[in-house]
Design a protein around this ligand. Structure first.
Ligand SMILES: *Cc1c(COP(=O)(O)O)cnc(C)c1O
Length: 382
């Protein structure tokens, strides 16, 4: 199946009835009508036993919630549907592999104040909320996100902003969570204004999956407000070309027209996007939406997600299948977050065949070899 077109499946038809366009296009309506219970889900989908058990048994780990917009993309009967695997729980989630952790990226140990992760010298990750429009089953922060587990996100905005004011080496603040675009325009505006007013902060970024889960939230009013905080970057999270519907494309267009620079962070997931063909479609469609593929993440070692992870070799194979075969702008950096708090570590195919002081032998994307002679000391007269 090709997803290169930007069609949306019958957006006005939902739960066996026609929905008014004014409801469908409303953020409030989409949030209020999120699908979350087994009964809700079974009204629309034929579930496998693994999925039914998953829905019943994962309620204290990570909530299930799916916006009607995103739910509409799920195949009604195929349990291997790539959209379905991202948001419908499965029984495998109750299995914790010995290598898996609650906090594999070691975030909790790098918080100088609650909710603010300061791992790199010049930038911070500010967790501003624990809620999202829909919940991804492989969530890297499932220990605190969605509000159902024992650990709660204790974010302290005043303390975090005080810390940033007295920490001049921080020049880049990344707002994440949870999803910051779930805030009202007024609440988000206040937060952005407080950060924007700190002189040493050079730019702000927002990490959000709302453009994919709830494109209706990307209103002209929101975009007008965001314009006041340039340079502003938004990192979206799109994993599969089918997620780029016409509604999503239009929402991304509004953000781009407002001058927001966009990147995409995708997660490599088993039976979702673990092939060169799917990734190529994804990255090419992203460029058409003016979104530059930024990172492709190897799955973090989150408890109960081994069924969604791939081997690292798969990620390398995908990058190798893209480099040279499509626009350089379309190629994300493949990274693994070093387990235990190592931060992002880039992984690349090996293009160096052999290297000495005199020369380096390289191979290109077709497998042909080329010799690059190293500069030699130029003889100087006398
Ligand atoms: C990913 C991340 C950042 C941002 O990293 P970039 O490579 O600059 O995008 C900052 N802080 C933390 C803790 C992160 O995990």
């Amino acid at each position: 199946m090709s997803h290169l077109s930007f069609t949306s499946p019958a957006p006005g038809y939902w739960a066996g009835q026609n929905v008014l366009a004014s409801d469908w296009n409303s953020t409030k309506w989409q949030l209020k009508n999120r699908v979350s219970s087994l009964a809700d889900i079974e009204r629309h989908l034929t579930l496998s036993d693994e999925e039914r058990a998953g829905i019943l048994l994962t309620g204290t780990k990570l909530a299930t919630a799916i916006t009607p917009h995103y739910f509409n993309l799920i195949h009604p009967t195929d349990p291997d549907c790539p959209i379905r695997r991202q948001v419908i729980p499965r029984i495998e989630e109750t299995h914790t592999d010995p290598s898996e952790m609650a906090d594999p990226c070691g975030e909790d140990a790098h918080m100088p104040v609650p909710g603010l992760v300061h791992r790199y010298p010049d930038r911070v990750l500010f967790l501003v909320t624990d809620r999202c429009a829909s919940y991804c089953r492989y969530c890297t922060r499932s220990r605190v996100v969605s509000g159902v587990s024992d650990q709660k996100l204790e974010t302290q905005w005043d303390m975090a902003i005080d810390y940033l004011k007295r920490t001049p080496q921080v020049r880049d603040v990344l707002l994440s969570g949870g999803d910051p675009l779930l805030f009202s325009d007024a609440k988000l505006e206040k937060l952005l204004a407080r950060l924007h007013a700190i002189p040493h902060i050079q730019f702000l970024r927002i990490g959000s999956r709302i453009p994919i889960f709830l494109p209706q939230r990307i209103t002209p009013e929101l975009c007008e407000m965001l314009r006041n905080f340039h340079p502003l970057f938004v990192s979206i999270h799109c994993n599969h070309p089918a997620e780029l519907t016409s509604e999503v494309r239009d929402a991304l267009g509004r953000l781009a027209d407002a001058g927001v620079v966009m990147g995409n962070q995708s997660v490599l997931l088993d039976k979702v996007n673990d092939s060169v063909e799917t990734q190529k479609e994804l990255v090419q469609k992203l460029l058409m939406c003016r979104v530059r593929p930024y990172y492709l993440y190897q799955g973090d070692l989150i408890q109960g997600t081994s069924h969604l992870r791939t081997k690292i070799a798969k990620g390398i194979e995908i990058i190798e299948g893209l480099r040279g075969h499509t626009s350089g702008y379309a190629i994300p950096q493949y990274v693994v977050d070093g387990p235990g708090g190592g931060g992002k570590i880039p992984l690349n195919p090996q293009y160096i065949v052999e290297s000495t002081d005199e020369r380096t032998v390289l191979r290109n994307y077709e497998g042909r070899e080329f010799v690059y002679p190293e500069a030699q000391v130029t003889p100087v007269l006398d």
